[in-house]
Design a protein around this ligand. Sequence first.
Ligand SMILES: [Zn+2]
Length: 169
Amino acid sequence: MHLLRQPEHKIHEFSKALLEARTKVGQCKSCFHLSEADECEICRNPQRIKDLICVVADSRDLIALERTREFKGHYHVLGGLISPMDGIGPEMLQIPSLIKRVDQTSTKEVILALTPSVEGDTTSLYLARLLKPFTSVTRIAYGLPVGSELEYADDVTLTRALEGRQKME
Ligand SMILES: [Zn+2]
């Protein structure tokens, strides 16, 4: 509604900017975060801990975790969660690429940071089973309110959730 009330030239400018962003912004070839370059800034940063990967459902969750400045490792963006009800299977997400990445690098720990929901739990359990032969798998603590979206959690809650992560049995 707000957009519709704007003068026409403003809407032109806005749609041009939107189109530009759409063509410029792609995906990082390593972690699948939004990136204008082949590889995103996080993957290119030599200061980040190489053998620690935090798995998130989408780029918004990654940005929320980055905001805390607590996590120094790398990420892997799944592009969603497993949801049989919506017909989303593991092969439609960046799960095969994650397994390959963990297998081919010497990843010491994978932290699963997925929203506490039926889909998040299903995805976490599925990933833990697949990843355990390769690496240690932990899951962020439930300081997060059940059913809430990771991206809306405040920094302190997110930081505590990361610190209190538990090994998946
Ligand atoms: Zn990346």
